[in-house]
Design a protein around this ligand. Structure first.
Ligand SMILES: [Zn+2]
Length: 99
């Protein structure tokens, strides 16, 4: 749990963000938004400033986007598997108790 004294808050037209003091950030050169790591920095550039990016930066955005989409797909499969196991677990318990 973090307290207000452990974080710095930036104010702009972006949603408020808090980054723990001592963590390094990447600052967007176009809108001065601080993002916590390289992957989120690349995703922010691609989503918010795609027209201003060079081809190499656009390619890095596409790589980060694909990696994020793959991670989301893995999460969805694991979540679906968990729900199926939970469903059949409850069904099995019900069948054993109702017999
Ligand atoms: Zn930006």
């Amino acid at each position: 749990m973090t307290t207000t004294s452990e974080t710095e808050t930036t104010e702009s037209d972006h949603p408020p963000t808090s980054i723990p003091v001592g963590d390094t950030t990447e600052e967007c050169p176009y809108c001065a938004l601080d993002v916590p790591d390289k992957t989120q920095y690349r995703l922010h550039l691609g989503v918010e400033h795609y027209e201003r990016l060079a081809d190499a930066e656009r390619e890095r955005f596409h790589e980060a986007y694909r990696a994020e989409a793959d991670a989301l797909d893995r999460f969805r499969i694991i979540a679906l598997g968990g729900l199926v196991l939970l469903y059949f677990g409850f069904l099995l318990v019900y069948a054993l108790l109702a017999a």
